[in-house]
Write a protein that binds this ligand. Sequence first.
Ligand code: ADP
Ligand code: 5GP
Length: 184
Amino acid sequence: MRKKVVIFSAPSGSGKSTVVNHLMSKYPELELSVSATSRAPRGQEQNGKEYYFLTKEEFEAKIADNAFVEYEEVYDGVYYGTLKSETERIWKAGHIIIFDVDVKGGVNLKKIFGRKALSVFIKAPSIEVLRERLVRRGTDSEESIAKRIAKAEEELAYAPLFDRILVNDDLETCLKEAENLPIF
Ligand code: ADP
Ligand code: 5GP
């Protein structure tokens, strides 16, 4: 069995969740990698579903044990990372791993997995369209949208480091292009 991984990264609001959910419902052999984090659960988040929630001490003990494929201190004092045990679990089930991570994590994972990995950057056709989508999604405050747009401008510079770039303009077309990616 080939141990394959597919990495999706995108500025917030570009349609990454929409594309990943579509592919996961179409191809049951794909399984999303659940990251570990030292932040507290938000709202309805459950341990093992959105994240494996660890204390900072537990997370640092796992770093010392070399238990992570990659990890980052994304915010001050808050760690996020992919556990080796998670990748082994998904491969053992005979599934292909899907990573849904930020652009820096995406570039790191591509470096780590090399030819086993297909890395895909998803982007909206323009910053203006991205802003409209974030407004219409209705999940972020005005301030949070402004932050995401500023970050998106920096994140777009990483696009050429990915194997493929999907421009999410017309959704139907984008989902078809996603289905035709060389995943298998
Ligand atoms: P991300 O996971 O990258 O933050 P989402 O998948 O949540 O992005 O998409 C952001 C918003 O834009 C959602 O409300 C989604 O329904 C909408 N959306 C996604 N793709 C398109 C598209 N091609 N055209 C219009 N709206 C879209
Ligand atoms: P949130 O706290 O909003 O769920 O996520 C914060 C950030 O951490 C997001 O940008 C998300 O992509 C990133 N992140 C989540 N899991 C991982 C991971 O395993 N590795 C890295 N490097 N970043 C991650």
